[in-house]
Ligand binder design. Sequence first.
Ligand code: DX5
Ligand code: ZN
Length: 215
Amino acid sequence: MALIAPSLLSANFLHLEADCRMLNESQADWYHLDVMDGRFVPNISFGPMLIDFFRKATTKYLDVHLMIEEPEKYVEAFHRAGANGITVHLEACRHLHRNLQQIRSLGIKAGVAINPHTPVDSLNDILQEADLVCIMSVNPGFGGQQFIPHTLEKVRQLRKRIDALQLSTLIEIDGGVTLDNASTLIEAGAHVLVAGNTVFKSADPKATISALKAC
Ligand code: DX5
Ligand code: ZN
């Protein structure tokens, strides 16, 4: 059964308290928190201060997705704010091995995300250092975009490699996940489904989370 990680980027920020309550009562496994710096991606979202509020609002796993340059400067602040896992982008890290080690040294899960144009093979020499690989199925920066079809094949490739190496690395798929493609993604090998618009723009977000969980 896949882990469901609703992305709060699609939430109504005037209703965050109610949305946290909804998530806490729901079958959501993780909170997915998208941090954007206006440099690595063409959008700015939020930083450690908001993560700190989420930490006080839930005991669920806080999955922090850093779409920022020079993540090493901020990893400790996100850890202090209460992140359970921090994911950095391969494309933003000149010293990815060091970045992942820095995160692991804090006693939390280290993740690496790859953009739609980055081949799965780029991860060959780093898989052992990652607790999670996030395959971006949209170009990072905004919620509510269309799933990019060829990324499905990347999930299959990565799952094959992880299984062959007998690693326990989790595969997360992020962007354009819907009730229509969720089961195909799980069959392809995804362990974690991130869903923003599908959850928060639906008439009954809690029921939508249950429907995703049932895929
Ligand atoms: C995109 C973010 C995603 C996004 C997902 O840059 O990393 O997590 O919020 O939103 P949906 O599910 O609406 O594509
Ligand atoms: Zn994300």
